[in-house]
Ligand binder design. Structure first.
Ligand SMILES: [Zn+2]
Ligand SMILES: [Zn+2]
Length: 332
């Protein structure tokens, strides 16, 4: 079958690889759509520390079960349409045993540390499959993973009705965060350097948009979400908080990036800084939120490309001009 293989950082091929086989408890999923995410850029560049090479990337996907390994439970059958939680928690380390599997000491994820879904087919544990609701197509299904990350993030941030929230970055993640926050009754302001992205943020319900925090009339946010991973953006978000505010570092920064924040202000203003890593017990709710229209998934997808155009897809994401770019491997 065809797959994207990153042999080492910077060395990417679309090539023939052996068919995946379903081991015990696993199914093989024929990939209908797989989203390209900022993390894939980091993986391609060697900036995501957990990733070993070579790897087939791709962790935001939906497709059809085409084979079952031995000992699959859950009533799955060939032909079932599924969206797949990429999380592969060990289940027995200290973090897993205290219910924080996303911080697993042996953390793995399909497409991040084991071969993923920028391929015609991928083998995954049946336990990570969720039935794709009838009304969702594969492209909408491939948006469930980023939504599940946002659900986890917002649970960590704990936003209340009426709070003033700043979202930095109007890419896919920023727009998903905004929609969830707005649905929960927050007053959301969105900033992005790219003015072209701000129109959609407004249409989705942001009360104010601007190309920088200085361009906003509103000051003093109760909470801010960085959905860029850019150190300067994180520092600006911190500066935009009111006393008692919370800053969520949600975007994925380079592994060796650093930020400069005032410890006096953290102390004196009781600022809380909250991290959020991937998915934790939030995938099933994300299926519902996409299916019931809380997230208007279709509007977030700006480009779909065949597997062979993977490098072009990376370029589109890198350029910052696209929202969600997806690969449709079965079309190749
Ligand atoms: Zn992702
Ligand atoms: Zn674990």
């Amino acid at each position: 079958m065809r797959a994207v293989v990153i042999d080492e950082p910077g060395k990417i091929r679309v090539t023939d690889v052996p068919e995946p086989e379903a081991g015990p408890g696993q199914v093989v999923v024929e990939v209908g759509a797989c989203g390209v995410c900022g993390t894939d850029l980091h993986i391609a560049a060697g900036e995501f520390p957990p990733t070993p090479y070579p790897i087939v990337p791709g962790h935001e996907f939906a497709g059809t079960i085409v084979a079952l390994g031995p000992d699959v439970v859950g009533g799955w059958a060939v032909g079932d349409k599924v969206a797949v939680d990429p999380s592969l928690f060990c289940g027995h380390c200290r973090q897993c045993r205290r219910g924080r599997g996303n911080l697993c000491e042996n953390w793995n994820a399909t497409g991040d540390t084991v071969d993923g879904a920028f391929a015609e087919r991928v083998a995954v544990p049946a336990s990570t499959c969720y039935r794709l609701p009838e009304k969702l197509n594969f492209q909408q299904g491939a948006l469930i993973e980023p939504v599940s990350c946002a659900v986890h993030g917002l649970r960590r941030l704990g936003v209340e009705v009426g709070e003033r929230v700043l979202v930095v970055g109007a890419g896919t993640m920023g727009l998903i965060m905004s929609q969830l926050l707005i649905a929960g009754g927050a007053q959301v302001s969105v900033v992005d350097l790219a003015e072209s992205k701000l129109g959609l943020a407004s249409e989705l319900g942001a009360v104010e948009v601007a190309t920088s925090t200085k361009g906003l009339s509103r000051r003093g946010f109760d909470a801010a979400v960085d959905a860029t991973g850019a150190p300067r953006a994180i520092e600006d978000a911190f500066d935009a908080l009111d006393r008692g505010g919370r800053l969520q570092v949600f975007g994925v920064a380079d592994g060796d990036a650093t930020i400069s924040l005032s410890p006096f202000r953290i102390y004196n203003d009781e600022i809380r800084i909250v991290g959020s890593m991937a998915v934790l017990n939030s995938y099933g709710e994300a299926v519902d939120l996409v299916a019931n229209g809380t997230i208007s998934a279709g509007r977030l997808i700006s480009h779909t490309l065949p597997l062979d155009d993977f490098e072009q897809a990376l370029e589109l994401v890198r350029s910052g001009s696209a929202t969600k770019v997806q690969i449709l491997p079965s079309d190749s």
